[in-house]
Unconditional design. Structure first.
Lengths: 111, 108
């Protein structure tokens, strides 16, 4: 158990809908990272927050957005969902400099 | 462009048959190289961090080494429970670049 929690574990929705994925970092970690992992693809970095502020942006679509709240939990919002958005979404936390610890992931299925 | 490449893509070993996995990188100004293990449908599990050429880290049957251009994950006398995908990652700027992994299967 990495200490990072993600909810929900599974999410099934329809195209065009909007969903919110939630992540609680390990105690003491200020940084939260979001990744997407599709079938046959590696982990794709989406975005990083550090102590409530956006620090780095990767290959995140404009339909996706994230935020980190004062209690350091983070949410990833995915809107206008398409079939291709079906994937595992991972959250990781760390001190912002070194090792990232990953949560169990949310499996999103878009039908 | 920064890049992380892992080889082989897949590896099948008999139980007890030692081997090595490779991670090559072209990131300039390396600030660490990270190895993770990922089981199907699970989040990556941190294994090692290496910071400088010549450094080695060990954990049970795994040993990670680092040179200026690549890292190796040596698996000694693997067991079926070592079957997983092994990922390496390097930071560049504020991002982490992951390789696509080596899928290891250890046959009893």
């Amino acid at each position: 158990d990495s200490g990072v929690t993600q909810t929900p574990k599974h999410l099934i929705t329809a195209t065009g809908q909007r969903v919110t994925l939630r992540c609680s970092p390990r105690s003491g970690d200020l940084s939260v990272y979001w990744y997407q992992q599709s079938l046959d693809q590696g982990l794709q970095f989406l975005i990083q927050y550090y102590n409530g502020e956006e620090r780095a942006k990767g290959n995140i679509l404009e339909r996706f957005s994230a935020q980190q709240f004062p209690d350091l939990h983070s949410e990833l919002n995915l809107s206008s969902l398409e079939l291709g958005d079906s994937a595992l979404y991972f959250c990781a936390s760390g001190d912002g400099l070194n090792t990232q610890y990953f949560g169990p992931g949310t499996r999103l299925t878009v039908l | 462009e920064d890049q992380v490449t892992q080889s082989p893509e897949a590896l099948r070993l008999q139980e007890g048959e030692s081997s090595s996995l490779n991670c090559s990188y072209t990131v300039s100004g390396l600030r660490g190289l990270f190895w993770y293990r990922q089981d199907p449908g699970k989040g990556p599990e941190f294994l090692f961090t290496l910071y400088s050429a010549g450094e080695e880290k060990e954990k049970e049957r795994l040993k990670a080494t680092l040179t200026k251009k690549e890292s190796f994950l040596h698996i000694t006398a693997p067991k079926p429970e070592d079957s997983a995908t092994y990922l390496c990652a390097v930071p560049s700027g504020n991002q982490f670049y992951f390789g696509t992994g080596t899928s290891l299967t250890v046959i009893p």
